[in-house]
Design a protein around this ligand. Structure first.
Ligand code: GRF
Length: 203
């Protein structure tokens, strides 16, 4: 009887700037035996953030490329990150709390192969302070969105969304916590579905 050859897992890089709780959920889901992807490397633009320790504790290589060393040359910083992605044979890039605006150069380089998670139901509330803005608007629900990265900030085709209720007396922090829990479920599922489509064109 012919044996089925397992597809190699899609190699994912996660870019972070902070605590990396979404990154941790992506790593864990990718470590399951039949997951369609694996996190091959984590890159932070800020030294000593908790996400780097979390990644290493999960057995994933975690590197820092500090943006400060590149002054105003954002593209040079991205070229240094990109070199690491190539070195690690990365096929898909997942932004997870990466707090730098990307230049068109990096976005174009990874067009169709870079995704992001945003803590709102896009197109509502792109940018910062999403939870406070949802509360101020009197919305009945909030949520999170995973989308393909394009040149516009928090734009790009939506791959998946999860909704949570807004409850009486909610504060931005309480709502953020509820949304975070939804993010940790949505992002791994959406990345797995995206990886199964195997965006293969090389860098
Ligand atoms: C998340 O809320 C994500 O939606 C946003 O940045 C935050 C990162 O949190 N892009 P964490 O570092 O994954 O905990």
């Amino acid at each position: 009887m012919p044996t089925e050859t397992a597809q190699p897992k899609t190699r994912v890089a996660v870019l972070i700037s902070g605590s990396g709780t979404n990154m941790a959920s992506l790593i864990a889901a990718g470590q399951v035996a039949d997951a369609p992807y694996e996190v091959a490397v984590v890159v932070s633009n800020v030294a000593s953030v908790a996400g780097l320790d979390r990644a290493r504790a999960a057995g994933v290589e975690a590197l820092t490329v500090e943006h400060g060393s590149y002054g105003k040359d954002r593209e040079a910083h991205e070229r240094a990150i990109d070199a690491l992605l190539i070195q690690h044979k990365v096929e898909v890039v997942a932004l997870a709390g990466y707090m730098r605006l990307l230049t068109p150069w990096l976005v174009q380089k990874w067009a169709g192969r870079m995704i992001n998670i945003h803590p709102s139901l896009l197109p509502l509330y792109p940018g910062l302070n999403t939870h406070a803005r949802a509360l101020e608007s009197g919305d009945a629900e909030a949520g999170c969105t995973v989308h393909v990265v394009t040149e516009g900030v928090d734009e790009g085709p939506v791959l998946g969304q999860a909704r949570v209720p807004i409850l009486p007396g909610d504060t931005p922090d309480a709502l953020a916590e509820r949304v975070k829990a939804a993010e940790h479920r949505l992002y791994p599922q959406t990345l797995a579905a995206f990886a199964k489509r195997r965006p293969r064109s090389g860098p």
